[in-house]
Structure formats: C-alpha cells, structure tokens
Design a protein around this ligand. Structure first.
Ligand SMILES: [Zn+2]
Ligand SMILES: [Zn+2]
Length: 423
C-alpha cells in the first residue's frame, strides 16, 4: 500500500475533534492542506468544521468561509500550500456511497485528492483516494521529524541546533562560491538546502570548484548535493538544473517563498536583478556575493528584505542601465560588482581568494538566519563587506537604503523625478 505522510498535529486535531463530536452525537470534519511534490502528497495542516458548519448525526458540511480564511492564513508562511483533501467522522468503517461520489468528483478537479475518515467506533483514521477510477486505500505515516545525525557537541554552546534545523536556504548559483559556502552552512546545522544552477563542471572548473576528475561534466548542483549528503545523509535537498530568467521566474518564486534565506551566488546580473525583485516582494533576506576582476577581492552584502534596509539595486544600481543583457552599459555595470558567469569562466582567480569571499557570505547568512534566536556569536559589523585579496584585508560598511532607489523605494523615486521635472 502506498504511503501518505501526515503531520502529527493533524492526527491530534482530527482525534480531538472527533471525540467531542462523538459525545455530542454530531458528525464533524474539515479540510486538509499540504505539499504536492511530483505525485507525492504530504498532509501538513487540517482544519476543524468551523463555526458555521452544518452538522447533524448523519450529515456534515464544513464552514467554507472559515476554511478559506484558514487556508489564506497558512499560505502566508507556506507559499507552496495546496488543498489536498478532506476529512470527516462517521459511523461506518471506510467510505459510504455518498463519500465515494464526493471523492470521485473532487478527484477530477484535484487529481490525487484524499479523503480521510475517522471511524466513530474504533477512532481509527483511514485514507482513501482514486486511482484509475477506483477507490484505493492509502497507509498513513507520520512526517519524519527533521533531526540531524551530526553531533553538535563542539558547536551547540554557540548555536542551539534547534535554532537552525528547521531553516531552509536556497543557493542561486552553484559555482565556486556556493561550493564553499553551502557545505559550511550544512555543518553549522542547516538541514534544508536548495541549489539552482544550469551548468555542468567543465575541466577548467576543477581548480576552483568542489568535485573530482570523475565528476567532470556532471551538473554542479549534483556535485555539491553529493557532498552535502556525505556530510549529513538526512539533509533535505532540492536540486534545480535551470537558470533564473523572466520565463522561469514564476517557478522559482515558489522556491524563494519556501526558503528562509537566499544566497545570491550566481554572479549574473540579470539573475541577481530578478532575485532582488522577487525577494523584496516576498520580504526574504538575501546574501549576495561576488568577486572583483582577477579575484583581486570580492564582496558580500546582506539585503534583509525589510522595509528600511537597502536592496541590491541600492548599491549596484542596475536600473540606471538597460535590463538587456547584451547592453554594453549593462556589461560595464556587471564589471563594477563582479562578472557574468561567462566572463568569470575566462577570468583569472584563485580558489583560495574566492573562498574568502564565500566564507564571509556563509557567516553573514548564518547570522541573518539566527536573527531572533538565542546564540553566542558576535553580531555582524555591517551589512556589506569587501575583501581585498592583495593586502588580505576586509572592510566592513553599513549601507543605507538609497532614498531614490527605483526598486525598493518606488514612491520616493517618483517624487524625486517630479521635483526634477518641476525644477
Ligand atoms: Zn462519510
Ligand atoms: Zn533599493
């Protein structure tokens, strides 16, 4: 029998609701919300009947308004959330004729739809769905608690493992920098990592990227993913072998929404531009990093996504140039902060020097993720750091939000344009 993972809290809610309903002799039930990855459903939330539900000893209809509000509320923190099923209490074991009809109808609009039934007598929960037009039963299992097999004995006085083990990060780009930063973050205790990069490891990459001779021509995300699994076999990985561009932005947006922090490691100005715009909208923190010409150094910059903090454009001002990637001005802008992926491939630079920048990025990311949590690490000296590989010095700065940034401060920007016009 195929398995449906469910959250422990759902089982508790359904049984508690069912017990009180049984005492009052009325039916009860609600909606199920969860995740839908490929064909696999995970039930994460359940609602109760709601105050306006219709409930008799033999009939139940949920309060739709209440359920819709619950769904909207939960979706705020879980952008991926889908309507995956319904549950109810009734007196027969399994589904009644009416239940089967309802399930078949809902399966047409929501393929793979689930119907969970709590038996009035045994208080057992059974799960059903439709497969090839027929009702089939599914086995329920509890969602595995995310715990790590890593032993944090040497770090847990600095950071409580529980403050990081539910955090998810997304690395936009899986190049040299990401191949350094993400394994460090995994060792620090992050249990959910997504990597996005369309590139494969070329022979020329080997001197400054994680991987071995045997892994040449494998996707970079796969190579880093393997390393992360070696560090912690229970780590949750999402590997995307695609580029973030206008056409894929919608798909990526869901991934951004699920992440607590994004590493802007693509080194590509148009990918960083889209990352900036999506993350401002979703209010997600991003730590951007890039290297300067000949890896003479590099920078790491934390954009918190908060209203009063600067965005990527506040510093790098990509809007003052065209957004066309072939635009010469755009290329100049790219040079100001780093390189496009293509240019970086040609550019000279040691892995050692790139790694310094990646470590600064990893530390910034770690502290940003620990915001609001108790920990013993020193706070960041600023939101921007520049690393000079010639004199081996770091320079920290606190960048302010640009008053006329057309990306994060649209109204002020238009106001400044108007005053220009009226001058
Ligand atoms: Zn029923
Ligand atoms: Zn800005």
């Amino acid at each position: 029998m195929k398995i449906i993972p469910v959250n422990k809290e759902i089982v508790t809610l359904m049984l508690k609701e069912s017990k009180t309903a049984k005492e009052s002799g009325l039916e009860t039930g609600g909606f199920l919300f969860g995740k839908l990855d490929r064909a696999k459903r995970t039930v994460l939330y359940a609602t109760g009947p709601g105050p306006e539900a219709v409930r008799t000893p033999t009939f139940f209809e949920p309060d739709y308004g209440f359920s819709a509000l619950e769904f909207t509320r939960l979706k705020k923190d879980n952008n991926f959330l889908k309507f995956v099923g319904i549950w109810h209490l009734h007196s027969v074991e399994g589904l009644s004729g009416g239940d089967i009809e309802t399930l078949k109808r809902l399966d047409k609009s929501y393929p793979g739809f689930l119907s969970l039934v709590v038996s009035n007598n045994s208080m057992k929960i059974r799960a059903f769905c439709i497969e090839e037009g027929e009702v089939v039963e599914r086995k329920l299992t509890l969602v595995k608690e995310k715990k790590s097999c890593l032993n944090f004995d040497r770090t847990q006085k600095l950071i409580k493992p529980s403050s990081l083990n539910k955090k998810a990060i997304l690395s936009m780009g899986a190049g040299s920098g990401s191949s350094v930063a993400t394994p460090y973050l995994a060792r620090a205790g992050i249990r959910e990592i997504a990597l996005a990069d369309p590139e494969k490891l070329e022979p020329t990459n080997l001197v400054r990227h994680l991987g071995t001779v045997g892994e040449i021509f494998e996707y970079k995300v796969d190579i880093i993913g393997k390393e992360l699994k070696e560090i912690d076999p229970d780590i949750q990985l999402t590997l995307i072998r695609e580029k973030l561009k206008e056409e894929t932005a919608v798909k990526f947006k869901e991934l951004f929404a699920k992440s607590d922090l994004i590493l802007g490691s693509s080194g590509n100005i148009s990918a960083n531009r889209l990352t900036n715009e999506i993350c401002l909208e979703l209010k997600k923190p991003v730590v951007y990093a890039g290297v300067y010409q000949k890896a003479m150094g590099g920078f790491s910059f934390l954009s918190t996504g908060k209203e009063n903090d600067p965005c990527f454009n506040c510093i790098f001002d990509y809007t003052s140039h065209g957004i066309d990637e072939t635009n010469i001005e755009q290329e100049k802008a790219a040079k100001r902060y780093g390189f496009s992926v293509e240019e970086l491939a040609e550019e000279q630079g040691l892995f050692i020097d790139i790694s310094y920048v990646a470590l600064l990025q990893a530390k910034m990311a770690l502290l940003a993720l620990l915001e609001g949590e108790e920990h013993q690490l020193a706070p960041l000296p600023g939101n921007f750091v520049s690393w000079n590989s010639r004199n081996m010095k770091t320079t920290w700065a606190t960048i302010q939000k640009r008053k006329d940034c057309p990306v994060c401060n649209v109204e002020a920007y238009f106001a400044s344009l108007e005053s220009e016009v009226t001058k």
